[in-house]
Design a protein around this ligand. Structure first.
Ligand code: ASP
Ligand code: MG
Length: 436
């Protein structure tokens, strides 16, 4: 069994959906996980904002506009009038459901139910298309098996048990369609795996069914060695280890949701990143085998805040770092990078929601300095047997750029540097010239 996930752009129009249908018909057993059509989840988020603010006229206009978009998709996706009718009834059903929220109290529960509509629509429309084409397939509701627990972590045992129950109902079937992103929470309510979570769904489903491979289909031919939106002449990386891919995904390579590496790694299932627009391209394979040494790729993560705490109390003291970390823990704020000297520690965070509260508490330990608008440049590869002088090449390339923090040796796969965001383009370009 393989799991194939298609992102929003891959199902973003009637034409793209037809294309996906072509790509999944080789007779292998597979579960196809779909995102919402591109733009839909963003529009549902906007709609929820309007509903929170009781802007009902605005909300109704948004709902009508989205419904109209989908009517056009139906018009171009199906051939027969029966299927068009059936699909339009489905749309009416979903949009009436959405419209009902304009008349009632709007809370996070209603918001989650609204956000789930994008994936419910894309998968149902796609299933209708397969039916019309005479391609046998079964639509599974992810709400019957995807689940998160009280800590909002996926419940792997529940998922494995329940997806098996679903699959066993159709012993003859080889093609299953289901929704990415959506799930139920510990209370059985509709919830989701957070934005971009369809990749995570695919990986969790792959792990649950012990898939032979997880394929993530997007509109780019794999993970690139540098940010193709910023730097020219980037190329797809043929092979990455799970750890390298996780670092890159976390530090900016937008193509893969960072959480999606772990379930695949735990079950040792290869993850292939492929391009719907160019299906013959090899893309990137992520697997446990050693993928060779040296520098593989560079990624950048913006909107980082650096916090420096300087204190004489740190000198020769123990327990100081713990008290510092506890502040971040209290405000549920993850730390990305850390560097220390004997009298100071610098920390970066990417969520500055509680910045002022954090700073106020840290000031009880010593002098605190905050630098906003920072960027982490993450250089990924296998640096364990760093015989090729990777460090020298990196610093040579960046010799004109002020480095605020350097983190080396935290893992064998990552060198992270903190710079001003305004130096990012230059840093990525210089690294491209200097290290590849
Ligand atoms: N549709 C959801 C989003 O746009 C999930 C996903 O596409 O991965 O975030
Ligand atoms: Mg995505």
């Amino acid at each position: 069994m393989k799991v194939l996930k298609f992102g929003g752009t891959s199902v973003g129009s009637a034409e793209r959906m037809k294309n996906v249908a072509d790509l999944i018909q080789n007779g292998d057993a597979k579960i196809v996980v779909l995102s919402a059509m591109s733009g839909t989840t963003n529009k549902l988020v906007q709609l929820a904002e309007a509903l929170y603010q009781n802007k009902n006229d605005d909300a109704n206009a948004q709902i009508d506009a989205l419904h109209d978009n989908y009517k056009q998709v139906v018009e171009s996706l199906y051939i027969t009038s029966e299927k068009k009718k059936q699909a339009n009834e489905l749309l009416t059903h979903h949009f009436d459901f959405i419209r009902a929220f304009t008349q009632d109290l709007f809370t996070i529960h209603e918001e989650r139910a609204i956000l789930a509509q994008g994936e419910l629509l894309s998968t149902a429309l796609f299933q209708f298309f397969l039916e019309e084409q005479g391609i046998p397939s079964v639509l599974l509701s992810a709400l019957n098996f995807m689940k998160i627990d009280e800590n909002e972590e996926p419940d792997a045992a529940y998922i494995a048990k329940n997806i098996k129950t679903e699959l066993e109902k159709y012993p003859e079937s080889k093609l299953f369609i289901t929704q990415g992103y959506i799930c139920r929470n510990a209370f059985g309510e509709i919830d989701n795996l957070k934005r971009g979570g369809s990749d995570y769904s695919a990986s969790l489903i792959g792990a649950a069914v012990d898939a032979s491979e997880i394929q993530i289909w997007t509109d780019i031919d794999g993970m690139h060695n540098n940010d193709p939106r910023i730097v020219k002449n980037t190329y797809p990386i043929a092979e990455l280890s799970f750890d390298e891919a996780a670092e890159l995904a976390y530090f900016g390579a937008k193509i893969l949701h960072p959480s999606s590496v772990l379930p695949a790694k735990q079950k040792n299932i290869p993850v292939r990143l492929l391009n719907t627009m160019q299906p013959e391209a090899k893309g990137t394979i992520i697997q446990s085998e050693r993928s060779g040494g040296g520098i593989k790729a560079v990624a950048a993560k913006d909107d980082i805040t650096a916090i420096k705490i300087k204190s004489g109390r740190m000198l020769l003291a123990y327990g100081f770092l713990r008290s510092v970390f506890e502040v971040f823990e209290r405000f549920k704020t993850p730390i990305d990078m850390i560097t220390t000297s004997e009298v100071a520690v610098s920390i970066t965070i990417d969520n500055s929601k509680y910045l002022s509260e954090i700073v106020a508490e840290l000031e009880t330990f010593g002098q605190v300095e905050v630098d906003e608008d920072q960027t982490i440049i993450c250089i990924v590869g296998d640096f364990i047997a760093d015989r090729s002088g990777s460090g020298l090449k990196i610093f040579e390339a960046l010799k004109d750029i002020p480095l605020r923090m350097i983190s080396y040796g935290g893992s064998k796969n990552n060198i992270s540097l903190l710079i001003n965001k305004s130096d990012k383009v230059e840093a990525l370009t210089k690294l491209n010239e200097g290290i590849f």
